[in-house]
Design a protein around this ligand. Structure first.
Ligand SMILES: Nc1ncnc2c1ncn2[C@@H]1O[C@H](COP(=O)(O)OP(=O)(O)OP(=O)(O)O)[C@@H](O)[C@H]1O
Length: 600
């Protein structure tokens, strides 16, 4: 096992290179050697079988990066830990025939085979490495620029590298960024898919570091012992290769996984998610599925009634997705979830609320502009949201509110996959996943002449309907998870079951947004170690029932608020709305109606 990745990617430096050259000489190589070691088909097949992380976790990424490699001179190469090329793809037009053959599957690029080179040296050092032109030990490789980033398995073992090779006179300037993120994405998916029955997956997301937004620090525990982690977690939580199978969770999270991780979350602006693979007969756990890439384990945070796996397949296939649902039900939340799990996660997630942008700004925001394109334009120009989203996901919220003239231009971008900035003549190619959301009925908008029919078909290639929270299954569990996520568990504050049932039965017109804000208020009003009962629900003049926005509601309706009969019945029945309705001799829907009237 080699070093785990270091904080700062290592660029070519004199001492690193001279050490590598010394090693190359030590292997008996000379600069003029022309020997090109290539493995046979059988060996290549065996290695592909053994290192199936490439087929499982790197293929979606390769598909995503492919467009970049069509328009630039460069080849993306994946190798096993012995430096054997297992896959290569991209624009190889720049390569001489000999070099072309040298980057084909089966070629060996370990340092002992070809001297100093990015693949071999990155493997030798276990770190990111760039080697350009004559820095290569063998003269025959002097026409190449190469950058390589190691990929680690969830047990901290070096699994291979991902490499970019381009002409030495056209070095791939953003290779560090691209390869680091690509390796993180592969490692993250790998850990997430590795979890087996009875194990716990802890995922921490650092909220104050936007560049890490798509990535989580992911760790797997079994019976409290660390079983796996991605290299980000190893880097930031001080995990060493020897810790796997040995280190107890308490030495990583001082108060146990749940409390410790959540304490960390509160103190350091981390967002935490803890998932479990249950030991249930007949249940296939994600890590055990053999062939096709599977989505992450569904958690209670996936909106109820939404088939995440299907939506993810659609997004990965580059099909435009339209998410419908009432306000606050989690349309943007779902888009972000899909983005993080999709092949687009190495690009940016760019969200635009079409209803909130002044009409005259939408165009420049989306399309960008050239320097001095209009009065007040920045002298440096602006790339615009379409180009910002290139390689990632563009989330257009409230698409139904987009002005007609811009709908026409949007349609053109979606069809041509090119953007011409305001005041510019040349077009920039773009490729992103498009997810739109609206609470409007777009068909009706089309009938009223407010929305282009052709754009409707283009953005609604696949539609996902998020049901309103009141119709969700498993609300009790969802509320408890949110409660835990908000930091209640870390403070020892419990919701008693009657409160959970009571909250689960509220109609929540503001959906998850409203529920969340009410839970936050309840938490702020609770003391550490307290158990929240129905009696603890504070009286408020504003009932949440029938509220249309979170701003208009403070906390869940109190049993002591005005409208006593119904609320008292709810309290007596410990929050069970069906029992309360029976108690009053009315139907559940009548009970809800009465509560709504009381609010009015
Ligand atoms: N499934 C979920 N699990 C946890 N939190 C969620 C979930 N869905 C939504 N939320 C939270 O609820 C709030 C509202 O979600 P979001 O903004 O995605 O709703 P929306 O449907 O896009 O709303 P709008 O239509 O008003 O833009 C956010 O704080 C989001 O983080």
């Amino acid at each position: 096992m080699r070093n785990l990745p270091h904080d700062t990617p290592l660029l070519s430096s004199a001492s690193v290179l001279s050490d590598s050259w010394l090693r190359s000489q030590h292997y008996g190589l000379t600069r003029d050697d022309d020997y090109r070691p290539v493995a046979g088909h059988e060996q290549l097949g065996e290695s592909r079988h053994q290192y199936d992380w490439i087929a499982r976790y790197a293929s979606p990424l390769l598909a995503q990066l492919a467009p970049q490699f069509r328009t630039r001179a460069g080849v993306l190469v994946l190798s096993d830990p012995g430096g054997m090329v297992l896959e290569s793809t991209g624009n190889s037009g720049f390569l001489q025939r000999a070099e072309l053959l040298a980057l084909a599957p089966g070629n060996l690029w370990s340092e002992d085979a070809r001297g100093t080179n990015a693949i071999g040296t990155a493997l030798a050092l276990g770190r990111y490495c760039e080697v350009s032109g004559k820095e290569h030990f063998l003269n025959r490789n002097a026409a190449l620029f190469c950058a390589a980033m190691p990929v680690y398995s969830p047990r901290g073992e070096l699994a291979g590298v991902i490499d970019i090779s381009s002409p030495a006179n056209l070095p791939w300037q953003d290779a560090t960024h691209l390869l680091t993120r690509a390796a993180w994405q592969i490692e993250q998916h790998w850990v997430q898919k590795q979890i087996t029955a009875g194990q716990v997956l802890v995922q921490l997301r650092q909220q104050d570091q936007p560049e890490l937004a798509p990535f989580t620090h992911s760790l797997i525990f079994e019976d409290g012992i660390l079983q796996g982690a991605n290299s980000l977690a190893c880097r930031d939580l001080g995990i060493q290769p020897q810790d796997f199978g040995q280190r107890h969770q308490d030495s990583i999270f001082a108060n146990g996984v749940e409390n410790g991780a959540l304490t960390r979350a509160r103190d350091n602006a981390w967002q935490v998610h803890i998932g479990r693979a249950q030991k249930q007969p007949g249940v296939t756990v994600p890590g055990k599925r053999p062939a096709r890439p599977t989505p992450e384990p569904q958690t209670s945070f996936a909106p109820s009634g939404v088939n995440l796996e299907k939506a993810l397949r659609v997004v990965n296939a580059g099909i435009a997705l339209c998410i419908n649902g009432e306000t606050g039900c989690g349309k943007e939340y779902l888009a972000q979830q899909l983005y993080r799990q999709s092949k687009w996660a190495t690009g940016n997630f760019v969200a635009i609320n079409c209803a909130a942008l002044p009409e005259h700004l939408i165009e420049s925001e989306l399309f960008g502009y050239m320097p001095g394109a209009f009065t007040g334009a920045s002298s440096r120009g602006y790339a615009g949201k379409f180009r910002e989203a290139n390689g990632g996901m563009l989330f257009l919220d409230e698409i139904g509110d987009m002005p007609l003239v811009l709908q026409t231009r949007l349609l053109r971008v979606l069809q041509e996959k090119r953007v011409v900035p305001l005041g510019g003549n040349s077009a920039f190619p773009v490729d992103f996943s498009l997810v739109c959301a609206t609470h409007r009925n777009l068909v009706e908008q089309v009938e009223r002449g407010l929305f282009r029919e052709d754009l409707l078909y283009r953005i609604q290639e696949f539609t996902v309907e998020i049901p309103p929270l009141r119709q969700w299954q498993g609300k009790n569990q969802f509320i408890e998870q949110l409660w835990c996520e908000l930091g209640a568990t870390a403070r020892g504050i419990r919701l008693c079951q009657s409160v959970v049932r009571y909250l689960a039965d509220c109609p929540w017109p503001g959906n998850v947004r409203q529920l969340l804000s009410q839970l936050k208020v309840l938490l702020a009003l609770s003391d550490d170690g307290q158990t929240v009962t129905l009696d603890c629900l504070p009286a408020t003049p504003v009932s949440s029932f029938g509220a249309t926005s979170p701003a208009s509601s403070q906390v869940a309706p109190s049993p002591s608020a005005p409208g006593m009969r119904e609320l008292e019945a709810i309290r007596v029945c410990q929050g069970n709305m069906s029992d309360a309705a029976k108690h009053l001799g009315i139907s559940r829907s009548t009970l809800y109606r009465r509560l709504e009237k009381k609010r009015a």
